[in-house]
Design a protein around this ligand. Structure first.
Ligand code: AMP
Length: 184
């Protein structure tokens, strides 16, 4: 049973590392960005409301995300553990998650912060080529990250949950560093 939160700027490799680790640990990988992209593709109410925010690289409003996460973490498959990727994204979401986990009688085991230099981030994002991976949107996403998400590093440090991981290394090296912390 492992419950993990991945933190880190866009392009740090959270999605890739979270997916590999989730397979290994046989627990669900919950990516709020992925849920939103699917909703946008299917033009659900959520997707229609979220689209402009995602396209511009802004955070979607908390009201759109919080219920969705509550519902997802209440599903049966999360009893075995979970990996959260892309949530929480600001302090409000983090304190919501604390309350939600208390209600569900769960606790997060580790917060893994993938630390990557800006130049590497921009290179990786441009190489990835998602719709929101163009120069203007990337600049905005990095700014949003710095202002709203980076304060979570301190937040989880104070909760004694933070683990720093050097995300500049290769995919395999980063995976090995994560395993050394999580020890499956
Ligand atoms: P990601 O796949 O995590 O890079 O997320 C892609 C986009 O989805 C972000 O730029 C935001 O617009 C939106 N998004 C994902 N997760 C969240 C969240 N927890 N809160 C607000 N917006 C989010």
């Amino acid at each position: 049973m492992t419950r993990l939160i991945f933190l880190g700027p866009p392009g740090a490799g959270k999605g890739t590392q979270a997916e590999i680790l989730a397979k290994k640990l046989e627990i669900p990988h919950i990516s709020t960005g992925e849920i939103l992209r699917e909703a946008i593709a299917q033009q659900t109410t959520l997707g229609i409301e979220a689209k402009n925010y995602v396209d511009n690289g802004d955070l979607v409003p908390n009201e759109l995300i919080l219920d969705l996460v509550k519902e997802r973490l209440s599903q049966e498959d999360t009893k075995k553990g979970w990996i959260l990727d892309g949530f929480p994204r600001n302090v409000h979401q983090a304190s919501f998650l604390d309350e939600l986990l208390a209600q569900l009688n769960q606790a997060c085991d580790y917060v893994l912060n993938l630390d990557v230099q800006d130049e590497v981030l921009i290179e990786r994002l441009l190489a990835r080529g998602r719709k929101d991976d163009n120069k203007d949107t990337i600049t905005n996403r990095l700014e949003v990250y710095r202002q709203q998400t980076a304060p979570l590093i301190d937040y989880y440090q104070k909760h004694n949950l933070l683990n720093q991981v050097n995300g500049d290394l290769t995919l395999n090296e980063v995976h090995e560093s994560l395993l050394a912390i999580v020890k499956p």
